[in-house]
Design a protein around this ligand. Structure first.
Ligand code: GLV
Length: 310
């Protein structure tokens, strides 16, 4: 029997399944463990199920010398030092596929909400500011015939493309490996830009003051991938100065946003608290995949869902 540390209670029955075979040590808090608490939790563990809120880096590996497997409860794995893990023979896995539709649904919902200012309209009604039906109240952007630029040709990006095509949008997909100038052209031509690429040193702040300047002044930016892809201060300034039509963000850097962050007072902003994969079905399936990864690794087998080491 091995020991698996888990940094938060997970939905569904997957952890019970793991507990029938191995000892499970569950972090009891609602808030994530601090780095010291993470090490205290996992110092003698053979395996770890981590969340996007956990930084699993060389310091954690140094302090947890028995670790053989880390399963990230997410498809993105920028919170895990995967090259460090590989160098130490620690297997790392993630939870692809099962959250694709949930995340693509949320991305498209945010896109449509931003296009029609639904969050703003909701506040307007609740605040008692609605006085009458008006020909010019909350005029939004049409989706049919609009161009959507998708940054990242992976499963979720393609899922958003399918949804957009169903709405009659013209979709262009950008891949990091496309010829020079393709990204800039996509930004310049798109009415909506939705980010679906992993966060890497190359993609950090892929949307910044310079790339925002290429976008149409009425374009809408959607981010359901990772907050670090976007320079939020630049987005706040662009929204405030009318150089960007709107932004809909499920992810931000940092998370959560401090209440004095400039983005929170920017106009035409729709926010969500990193809930892309938050359907019960997706979250339970993610727990199953994470446990499958751990069970395989602890049995000396390859993880069924390993991450690719760059
Ligand atoms: C969530 O952010 C994920 O990467 O699955």
């Amino acid at each position: 029997m091995s020991l698996c540390a888990i940094t938060r209670a997970l939905p569904g029955t997957a952890v019970e399944r793991l507990g029938r075979v191995h000892e499970v040590r569950l972090w009891p808090g609602e808030m994530p463990p601090s780095s010291d608490e993470l090490v205290a939790l996992a110092h003698d563990a053979d395996a770890l199920i981590a969340l996007v809120t956990d930084t699993v880096d060389a310091a954690v590996f140094d302090a947890c010398p028995r670790l053989r497997a880390v399963a990230n409860y997410a498809v993105g794995f920028d919170n895990i030092a995967v090259a460090e893990a590989a160098a130490r023979g620690i297997a790392v896995g993630n939870t692809p596929d099962v959250l694709t539709d949930a995340t693509a649904d949320l991305a498209f919902a945010l896109l449509a909400a931003a296009a029609r200012q639904i969050a703003q309209a909701d506040r307007y009604v609740r605040e008692g500011r609605w006085r009458t039906w008006s020909p010019q109240l909350f005029l939004g952007k049409p989706l049919k015939g609009a161009r959507l630029g998708i940054v990242g040709p992976g499963r979720i990006g393609r899922g958003v493309a399918d949804r957009a095509e169903g709405y009659g949008m013209d979709v262009t997909v950008f891949d990091q490996g496309d010829p020079a100038g393709t990204f800039e052209r996509l930004l310049a031509e798109s009415d909506f830009v939705s980010l679906h690429c992993p966060l890497t040193p190359e993609t950090r702040h892929i949307i910044d003051e310079g790339t925002l300047a290429l976008m149409k002044p009425d374009a809408i930016l959607v981010n359901t991938a990772r907050g670090g892809l976007v320079d939020l201060v630049a987005v706040a300034a662009a929204l405030g100065e009318g150089r960007l039509g709107g932004a809909a963000l499920d992810v931000t850097d940092p998370e959560p946003l401090p209440l004095d962050h400039p983005i929170l007072t920017a106009p035409h902003l729709t926010l969500a608290p990193h809930i892309g994969s938050a359907t019960r079905q997706a979250r339970e399936a993610m727990a199953d995949l994470a446990v499958d990864n751990i069970l395989a690794a602890l049995a000396g087998c390859a993880m069924p869902h390993p991450v690719a080491v760059a």
